[in-house]
Design a protein around this ligand. Structure first.
Ligand SMILES: [Zn+2]
Ligand SMILES: [Zn+2]
Length: 271
């Protein structure tokens, strides 16, 4: 029991450190690629709340993960380490199946959490991110974290998956959770408007959910949203208002002699 408690603590620290590293990296990329996009005092307050809720979520994600690892060491899960244990085609198939099942779980639980009775308790915390930032990747109320944290640790008891494939699924989960909340589109326009963006969810799709709560509920794929007619397409030039506000503030500072210059719309003149 003591060993399990130590494992839970270790997994909490690992999930928390992974969150801080990945979201911190993308927050730094955002600050470089879109200076001032999330620079207002209101956004900085929001980002502190996002980090607080995300670190609570790290504990809730860490505990079932630790229990699954505990059972894995005792040989009680469907995770395998010998590549020849299953045909090679199962490797990509299991990754796609895990992602599809996770997406399905997310879509339906997410839609349920938008019910007027569940929303204030479970999901309002996540929608307090307006607009979301890289730090919102795990910014969930603990009740929402519970629903999100249980699926993959449960699947590893049911559906065989190679340990490296499972690592890839978790990496995709982390990456999508972060990049979908950047508040700007990191993928090139030809990707987002092409075949990739028609099937796969990026920030342009999820940002629309944060703007207009009643659409775009998916996590990885647009499959369920399209099937259930909840797909409302992609957000346009989202983040434009924040960038323009930043430029106006920078222009005012430049006009008053503090030296800062607008970086997005250099033609904008101080009023
Ligand atoms: Zn979100
Ligand atoms: Zn939502």
């Amino acid at each position: 029991m003591l060993q399990l408690a130590i494992l839970i603590l270790a997994m909490t620290l690992i999930v928390g450190a992974r969150y801080l590293a990945v979201s911190g990296l993308f927050a730094a990329i955002t600050a470089r690629a879109r200076p001032g996009l999330h620079g207002s005092a209101r956004s900085r307050r929001q980002q502190r709340a996002e980090r607080r809720w995300s670190l609570i979520a790290a504990f809730i994600y860490g505990a079932p993960t630790a229990s699954a690892i505990w059972r894995f060491h005792a040989g009680g899960t469907a995770i395998y380490t010998d590549l020849s244990a299953y045909p090679l085609w199962w490797l990509p198939a299991s990754i796609l199946l895990y992602l599809f099942l996770h997406d399905t779980w997310f879509y339906w639980t997410h839609r349920a959490m938008h019910h007027r009775r569940l929303f204030p308790v479970m999901h309002r915390v996540h929608h307090n991110s307006r607009p979301p930032t890289a730090w919102a990747a795990m910014s969930f109320h603990w009740t929402e974290s519970l629903s999100g944290a249980l699926l993959i640790p449960a699947l590893v008891f049911l559906i065989p998956i190679h340990i490296a494939a499972l690592g890839l699924v978790l990496a995709v989960m982390t990456l999508f959770g972060t990049t979908n909340h950047l508040g700007w589109e990191i993928f090139p326009a030809r990707f987002v408007n092409g075949l990739f963006g028609r099937a796969v969810i990026t920030a342009s799709h999820h940002h629309r959910h944060h703007q207009n709560y009643a659409c775009n509920f998916g996590l990885y794929f647009r499959f369920w949203d399209r099937l259930c007619k909840t797909d409302d397409g992609l957000a346009g030039d989202f983040g434009r208002e924040e960038r323009e506000a930043f430029d106006r503030a920078a222009a005012r500072r430049a006009a008053s002699g503090s030296g800062a210059r607008p970086v997005h719309t250099p033609a904008a003149a101080p009023e």
